[in-house]
Ligand binder design. Sequence first.
Ligand SMILES: O=C[C@H](O)COP(=O)(O)O
Length: 271
Amino acid sequence: MTTSANGNFVRKPFIAGNWKMNMDHVQGITLLQKLAWTLSDAKHDYNRVEVAVFPPFTDLRGVQTLVQGDELDVVYGGQDLSQFDSGAYTGDISGQFLNKLGCSYVLVGHSERRTIHNESDEVLNAKVKAAFRHEVTPVLCVGEGLEIRQAGTHVEHTLAQLRAGVDGLTAEQAAELVVAYEPVWAIGTGEVAGPEDAQEMCAAIRAELAVLFDDAVAAKTRLLYGGSVKANNAAAIMAESDVDGLLVGGASLDPAEFANIVRFESHLVTD
Ligand SMILES: O=C[C@H](O)COP(=O)(O)O
């Protein structure tokens, strides 16, 4: 993350927990309550570091009720949305429904959607646009698999996904967008891309946004890293200048561990 002379962050850090297909609606409420209590005890400043959770769809109404009832500062979002607004699309969820549930964000093109559900760049671009249509901020996920990493074409591959995902967006939308770099080989495997790998890709994504839009957009778009993030590696990754946040999977299911990731600043090594 980049800080200005007064110590404030240039872009507000964004720490997000993707629960994936874990936590039914009862378990989800308990997890969120424990997270909120832990952060409250630690006097977490939500104005300084934004905290988001991405529960399964079936948990969202309960999460909304808890967030509203207890006036929590945690924001939340869906793990996917339809590229369509309504109609005969069995099993799909409209961005309008997410908006109505108070979702601030929605994941688009998570690697598990790209691989297991074969979602194409074209469909993902339509989903990004659908999210904006319904005033839900998309978190566009990009990243390479192991073979591409080993072939050394990971930057080119990931930038191609980025270009396809943001095609047709306005500069204003691109500045609001969040992009998550997730090397697929580092997801849920315990393999962590090093902070320098996260920085290499985030810098490349930012440079590409400057080409596709302009420098002002590139300076505003928040870029996340995701892949086996834990409390013990979060601070080092967040210390990289172009990394503005973390998309956390497994470790977000443990409220104490996730709260420690959110509080990465307390683990920063100072000279
Ligand atoms: O959405 C989160 C990423 O897929 C990372 O998952 P992970 O932290 O379990 O590796």
